[in-house]
Design a protein around this ligand. Structure first.
Ligand code: SAH
Ligand code: MG
Length: 196
């Protein structure tokens, strides 16, 4: 038997960046309130958020993509332990390499921060009208608001990319985005029903 607490503990001990408590709480409440049924997740890690989302309701189906084979294996094992293998479909691949034909009510972007715009543009066609794209880690430990705390060049580059993504969301006329200062910074972008 494995519990949600076990997954949280494993993630902490192994430095796996799963969603923070208030972030995942917000996301699962959102799914419940809006009766979301079909979810696509980019970035499974060990399956924690996919499992949390699937546990909201028996009728929910999650497709989740992970490119790291080791994390994928752990996620598969965790999904099986929760008996969710019929409701969580996990794919081992780079999300930017695959083509999906299904449509989803909610797409959760929680993978490489440098690729957020690409993920958004690529999977936009897989979102139902009135659907929502949720993005995690837009604060990046507070560095997006204030990057004077780091001198690392790669980190500064990532901060730049996240700021660009935030601008992209704000200017995107096809979506209405709200930014939430919870967890590591979460954006909820609702697809407009007026435009195409
Ligand atoms: N959503 C998870 C945490 C994901 S951590 C949770 O909250 O429980 C981010 C994961 O995205 C990492 O495991 C990383 O390997 C994966 N990832 C990064 N870029 C990716 C890509 N382009 N395609 C698929 N997976 C990716
Ligand atoms: Mg995250």
């Amino acid at each position: 038997m494995v519990s949600i607490l076990d997954l949280e503990k494993y993630a902490k001990e192994n430095n796996i960046p799963i969603m923070q408590k208030d972030g995942i709480e917000f996301l699962t409440q959102y799914i419940k309130k809006n009766k979301i049924k079909n979810i696509l997740e980019i970035g499974s890690a060990i399956g924690y958020s996919a499992i949390k989302m699937a546990l909201v309701d028996d009728s929910i189906k999650v497709t989740t993509i992970e490119r790291d084979p080791l994390r994928y294996d752990i996620a598969v094992s965790n999904i099986n332990k929760f008996n969710l293998n019929e409701r969580i479909n996990i794919i081992l691949d780079d999300a930017l390499n695959i083509e999906l034909n299904d449509k989803y009510d909610l797409i959760f972007i929680d993978a490489a921060k440098s690729q957020y715009i690409k993920f958004f543009l690529k999977f936009d066609k897989n979102l139902n009208k009135g659907g929502v794209i949720v993005t995690d880690n837009l604060s990046f430990h507070g560095l997006v608001e204030d990057d004077s705390k780091t001198n690392n060049r790669n980190t500064k580059q990532l901060v730049k990319k996240i700021r660009k993504y935030i601008e992209f969301l704000k200017e995107n006329k096809g979506y209405d985005t709200t930014f939430y200062k919870l967890g590591d910074g979460v954006a909820v972008s609702i697809k407009s029903t007026n435009i195409n």
